[in-house]
Design a protein around this ligand. Structure first.
Ligand SMILES: [Zn+2]
Length: 249
């Protein structure tokens, strides 16, 4: 009787690698079909192993895996693209920040293809950007939230529901923004005040690619916007999210 082919063919991106025993590595791989999986690359650190170079972080690979009860074992890999190749420091950080978010997210298999394609699109777009790449990261995050079913509405006020461009603050309990008209001093302790610069970035975020060269983004805006995203994620997933990579940006 012929043995069944139990090999699995998939495409994945390496998020992390950890040494395992003398000569092996455990790779955390984000795949199109199975979301995030752990793959053992047996003996890959042995001298003359030509595959070691394939295991760089953010390499996108065509993978052949063998599944045992608890592990995926790497049978072979072919490089599709090395996403960090010739990427400058700031873009590297912005790419790592996306990975940091994906590593903290619970990604069900039904969302993994969409989030995979979004990540690749984000990497490719970012590479063409010369300035203010952080805004592209925020636009990416909004799309991640929408795919994950926890959209952050940056267009309408959480109170009057009208489309607004004069938001006063972020209102965590209502998962959105409150406009100047609806703001009352009694809400002072429930909202996080935001600057006009933050409001203006959110109102332009879906067209932000066209105006990157015309805007300036201050450090405090970066901090405020990152904070809003982290609060939104933490509220929905009931755990603390962090963005350590961006501390260097
Ligand atoms: Zn309002």
């Amino acid at each position: 009787m012929r043995q069944k082919d139990r090999n699995i063919h998939t495409t994945g991106i390496i998020f992390r690698k950890t040494p395992f025993k003398e000569t092996s590595l455990i790779l955390e791989v984000f795949t199109q079909e199975f979301s995030k999986i752990s793959v053992i690359a047996k003996g890959i650190k042995r001298e003359k192993s030509k595959d070691l170079g394939l295991t760089e972080i953010l390499n996108e690979l065509e993978l052949v895996l063998h599944k045992t009860n608890e592990w995926y074992i790497l049978k072979s890999a072919t490089l599709i693209k090395s996403h960090l190749f010739e990427v400058d420091f700031n873009k590297n950080i912005l790419m790592q920040a996306a990975v940091e978010i994906y590593r903290q997210l619970i990604i069900p298999e039904e969302d993994s293809k969409k989030l995979y394609e979004l990540l690749i699109k984000y990497f490719n777009y970012l590479k063409q950007v010369n300035i203010n790449g952080i805004a592209i990261f925020w636009r990416f995050l909004l799309r991640v939230l929408t795919i994950s079913g926890i959209e952050l509405n940056v267009i309408s006020c959480v109170n009057c529901k009208k489309q607004k461009t004069d938001f006063m603050g972020y209102y965590p309990q209502k998962n959105g923004f409150i406009c100047k008209n609806c703001y009352r001093p009694v809400l002072k302790n429930s909202i996080i005040k935001i600057s006009d610069e933050v409001t203006s970035i959110f109102s332009n975020i879906y067209q932000i690619g066209n105006i990157l060269n015309k805007i300036e983004i201050s450090k405090s805006t970066i901090n405020q916007i990152n904070k809003i995203f982290l609060i939104h994620l933490s509220e929905h997933f009931h755990k603390k999210f962090h963005l350590k990579s961006l501390e260097l940006y």
